[in-house]
Design a protein around this ligand. Structure first.
Ligand code: PLP
Length: 433
């Protein structure tokens, strides 16, 4: 087994990693329910609760019998066909289901293979939309600092310019319009001075760049990989207002927040704001296969279709892959058949109680919980190998980044498993960084 790790290290890129100075990597030999089975390097294995849900995805747990069966059934029928000139039942049914569950004005669906590509498609839709309306000069995006929208070039251009390491790609990235990060905190009232100052800054930017901006693009309510940072629904309402005032589209990236994670099915519901374009991914297939979707309103769909080109110019090879559609349908059905809202509240309460003791530890700057997301923010960068090890010794898998040790557990975690996650994180942080 050790041999596999050696072969991996010399051969394979891992996310955001060096090939010459690889960070420690562990070998997974199995996964079931909420647990990963890891090779212990000594001829045995250890089990760990996956507190990351494989980066937001694995909401129903590994080897879920319902999802396994849905995939097997689809394999017995057919696994893939091109989507040019062909369609199939899993795609039609999944499209209908997404339209039914997402905010009302969203009526049309583009399937693609990853979150980043769904953001590419959203930006492309916005550009084609503005061009079709005679605003060919509207080619930039208005966003806020602290965002994360994926790793391909167009999404990268709307990621936070510092965390997103724009300096590595100067000259190769489109220069977007960045407003300040919304003030921290879900509960911040709309008459709060920091909120008012932020709103003023956004209003000013929208006015200055009114002829250049095609769309506003943000992660609603919770910025994910940019900093696990919740902000007030009032901010989102302001962005909707600005979009309406200036004729920008509002693109909401719910790739991380979608399917219940923040306590509502989609995070925009906290604000009662409807986007013109919505991106979903990650938990869409319950973590089984890579798939994402871009939804849009009939106005956007018809305007783009009636514009120059007469079509949306995108078409991935694996568009609407039947296996991915089938497992996504099964995952959504499973979620909707559950009392998901109560489950998220239960996990949220468990995280709040369990992580509270961390707030008074030395070196801890902030502890915050929104829905089924729990975050311990330290005073400085996390020692990644040390922290990962310290949490893993306590039976839990986490993947901290920057100054954040955090969890977004599978929805099927028991209260006891949530408590184990919180204790492991709190004790590991208490050991010092
Ligand atoms: C993960 C993520 C993406 C990118 O999705 P990939 O499937 O990794 O390409 C985009 N936006 C948000 C908010 C994400 O969390």
């Amino acid at each position: 087994m050790d041999d596999l790790l050696k072969r991996d290290a010399a051969l394979l890129w891992h996310p955001y990693a060096s090939l010459t100075e690889p960070s420690p990597t562990r070998l997974v030999t199995g996964a079931s329910g909420v647990r990963l089975t890891l090779d212990d390097g000594a001829g045995g294995t250890v089990e760990a609760i996956d507190a990351m849900a494989s980066w937001w995805c694995m909401i129903h747990g590994y080897r879920n019998p319902v999802l396994d069966a849905a995939l097997r059934d689809q394999i017995d029928s057919f696994s893939h066909v091109m989507f040019g000139g062909l369609t199939h039942e899993p795609a039609v049914r999944l499209g209908e289901r997404l339209v039914e569950l997402t905010p009302e004005p969203l009526r049309h669906v583009f399937f693609c293979d990853s979150g980043s590509v769904s953001v590419e498609v959203a930006l492309k839709l916005a550009l084609q939309y503005q061009r079709a309306r005679g605003f060919a000069g509207r080619t930039r995006m208005l966003t806020v600092r602290g965002g994360y929208h994926g790793d391909t070039f167009a999404p990268m251009s709307v990621c936070d310019p510092v965390n997103g390491m724009h300096s590595l790609f100067t000259g190769a990235l489109q220069e977007q319009v960045f407003g300040p990060q919304p003030p921290a905190g879900f509960d911040r009232p709309a008459d709060d001075p920091e909120y008012l100052a932020w709103a003023e800054a956004m209003r000013a930017l929208a006015a200055v760049y009114r002829d250049e901006v095609a769309a506003i693009v943000v992660e609603p309510i919770l910025q994910g990989a940019g900093g696990m940072y919740p902000y007030s629904p009032a901010c989102l309402r302001l962005l909707r207002e600005l979009a309406d005032e200036y004729g920008f589209l509002l693109i909401l990236d719910e790739i991380a927040t979608g399917f219940g994670r923040t306590g509502t099915l989609f995070a925009s519901e906290h604000a009662g704001v409807d986007p013109d374009i919505l991106c979903v991914g990650k938990a869409l297939t319950g973590g089984y296969l890579s798939m994402a979707a871009t939804l849009c309103t009939t106005d956007v769909a018809h305007t783009v279709s009636g514009g120059p080109g007469g079509a949306l110019m995108h078409g991935p090879t694996f568009m609407a892959n039947p296996l991915a559609c089938a497992v996504a349908l099964a995952s959504i059905d499973l979620l909707m058949a559950s009392d998901w809202s109560a489950e998220i509240s239960r996990i949220s309460a468990g995280l709040s109680t369990g992580l509270a003791p961390a707030a008074s530890l030395p070196g801890v700057k902030d502890v915050r919980v929104l829905g089924a997301v729990g975050v311990v923010q330290l005073g400085g960068p996390v020692d990644l190998p040390r922290m990962t090890d310290a949490v893993l010794r306590r039976g839990v898998w986490v993947r901290p980044f920057r100054d954040l040790v955090y969890t977004m557990p599978p929805y099927v975690c028991t209260d006891e498993e949530i408590a184990t996650i919180c204790t492991a994180i709190t004790e590991a942080v208490a050991e010092g960084n």
